[in-house]
Design a protein around this ligand. Sequence first.
Ligand code: CTP
Length: 398
Amino acid sequence: MQDMPSLRGRRVLLGITGGVAAYKTPELVRRLRAAQVAVRVVLSHNARQFVAAGALAAVGAEIVEDHAPGMVHIDLARWADAVLIAPATAHVLSRLAAGAADDLLTTLCLATEAPLCVAPAMNRIMWLNPATRANCTRLEERGVRFIGPGEGAQACGESGPGRMSEPDEILEALERLWAEAGALRATRAVVTAGATYEALDPARGFTNRSSGKMGYAVAAALAAHGAAVTLISGPTALPAPLGVRRIPVTSACEMRDAVWACRGAMDLFVAAAAVADYRPQTVLAHKLKKDADTLTVTLVRNPDILAEVAQLNPRPFTVGFAAETGDVEALARAKRARKGIDLIVANPIDEAGVGFAGDDNRVILIDEDRAVAWTTAPKTEIARALVREIIKRLPRTV
Ligand code: CTP
């Protein structure tokens, strides 16, 4: 077996739920123990139909009984360096997404601050079902890490996505989790996200279609690498990712002030917000009435937050986004140079299925030297890949 130094001495709480892939878990435990990982196991009621507690104990797992006395969920939540649910059924994903706490496993998942990893296993149609997709997106937005599933022959006789990852792949994912965890420990990151809202009167204003999902995913990925993250967010219904300090703002000027307040303590600035370029010159105190046939509103320019941060001296590492139509790459290159920033993430907003409101994005990463086009992927995945690119480029002194 290859050496996995980040695993040595770690403590994994393994939750096993009721899927046939549970038969792979004694091998998973054996591999974890061989890598010097302490393993405690919580078996769901249905999991016991597919794997025996005795088999898991025989390869070195400590079995925790659901009816154990005392504050066992809190003790386990504190003990674990990571909680891993393998296999994770469609049912447990839906209960986690809903924040259920109706058995020991889901309760300790709510009570822990350790990273939560899930290795889903289910029939391909269940995996692709919109209800499961929505649950997975919600969990990913909260920072839950998905390991797999893989594609191939399934126990139900079908073939497609939904196979639980092999023990090897699960160990590699855990190794990556801890190897990455400390990479940004000394980094103070500020991320802007979402649309701004520019009031016209007490009832109305100007905004745009940005959902905030990309910026929230970047904030979660930075926090997962140990960065101290301040997320300055326009109005959105998204939950704040775990371990991230969120400052809610409404207008571009408020966002600018909140960013400016961080300027002495910012090593990295990621501008993912869709900031309104203009705001009404006057915000009316009373609701505008429709007296005339036409209406002219004078708009004035908002501050360019990213360009201002790029002028700071010393300046943080700066990353911008460019949502464009037409020749996306050329427009984004020019924007990167004009704003004087380190890295720009360009994305087309005139293609179906990607961009503003959706969960997927297609981006081109552009730095001083080159442009690299990435294939369409979920925003959470793009955020993690982007953070890996940022880590490669951050000055070593940070
Ligand atoms: N940005 C910002 N402050 C603004 C406008 C934009 O910080 N007032 C940031 C965005 O968060 C994004 C980048 O600048 O990272 C590019 O935003 P975009 O709206 O694409 O570009 P603009 O600068 O507004 O240029 P234009 O609208 O002319 O394309």
